[in-house]
Write a protein that binds this ligand. Structure first.
Ligand code: AMP
Length: 227
């Protein structure tokens, strides 16, 4: 990784605690997966956790299935519990990258409480809304690692991990519109709220993936240096 510490940490002795926010389709999943590999920290995607729970029909999965299908947001208390349990795993000691959480201001307040003052870099992947629709409607997602393929679809299998590409059930036009509306209503205020912090950076997600990744790493280093 460009500029990572030798043990994979993004900024000196700080663990790389990272939150990624942005519209659905901004590239959070792809960037989070690559960042996690570069820095050897877990990628924690609340969408992946919920989809897995739905697929396995666990009590959580049964509770949230209809909401996911409709493109709405699951209740804050439910998702905060999920994240609290996941952050309690020892693999987060050296850091983590959160993809898809928080999505609302109350979730962000809850995350601050869970972190208890540990530094966190908040990275906003900014993208033009007109790029989003096309991207989501053509994207396929690796069912193993969450890597997205919005390009040439040259293979049925993910180049990163060999998993199969599948079309997400909520990547269909009506649901995509609702997901974008949910974002504008709930997550845009969250971006405004986070933007007051020193450890907040905006990354232009309209660039080629490699450039987004570079800007992402640089932004995390700046944030953790300034927190
Ligand atoms: P994603 O993969 O991040 O697009 O998430 C897929 C779906 O999971 C969303 O459309 C929501 O229904 C649900 N979800 C994921 N993360 C959250 C969250 N932080 N708060 C509420 N709902 C969420």
């Amino acid at each position: 990784m460009n500029g990572a510490g030798k043990d994979g940490e993004a900024a000196g002795s700080h663990p790389a605690n990272v939150v990624l926010v942005g519209l659905p389709g901004a590239g959070k999943g792809t960037q989070a997966a690559q960042f996690a590999r570069r820095h050897r920290v877990p990628k924690i995607s609340t969408g992946d956790i919920l989809r897995d729970a739905v697929a396995r029909a666990t009590p959580l999965g049964r509770e949230v299935a209809a909401t996911l299908q409709a493109g709405g947001l699951v209740p804050d208390d439910v998702i905060v519990r999920v994240v609290e349990e996941r952050l309690a795993h020892p693999d987060t000691a050296r850091g983590f990258v959160l993809d898809g959480f928080p999505r609302t201001v109350p979730q962000a307040v809850a995350l601050d409480a869970l972190l208890g003052g540990r530094p966190v870099a908040v990275i906003y992947l900014e993208i033009s809304p007109d790029v989003i629709l096309q991207r989501l409607l053509t994207r396929r997602t690796c069912e193993s690692c969450g890597q997205a393929d919005t390009g040439a679809h040259t293979s049925e299998y993910c180049a990163s991990c060999g998993g199969s590409f599948v079309k997400r059930a909520d990547d269909h036009i009506d649901v995509v519109r609702l997901r974008i509306a949910a974002y504008v209503e709930n997550t845009q205020p969250l971006v405004d709220w986070y933007s007051q912090r020193p450890a907040f950076r905006t990354v232009n997600a309209n660039q080629p993936l490699i450039d987004v990744a570079r800007a992402f790493d640089a932004a995390v280093r700046e944030c953790l240096g300034s927190s």
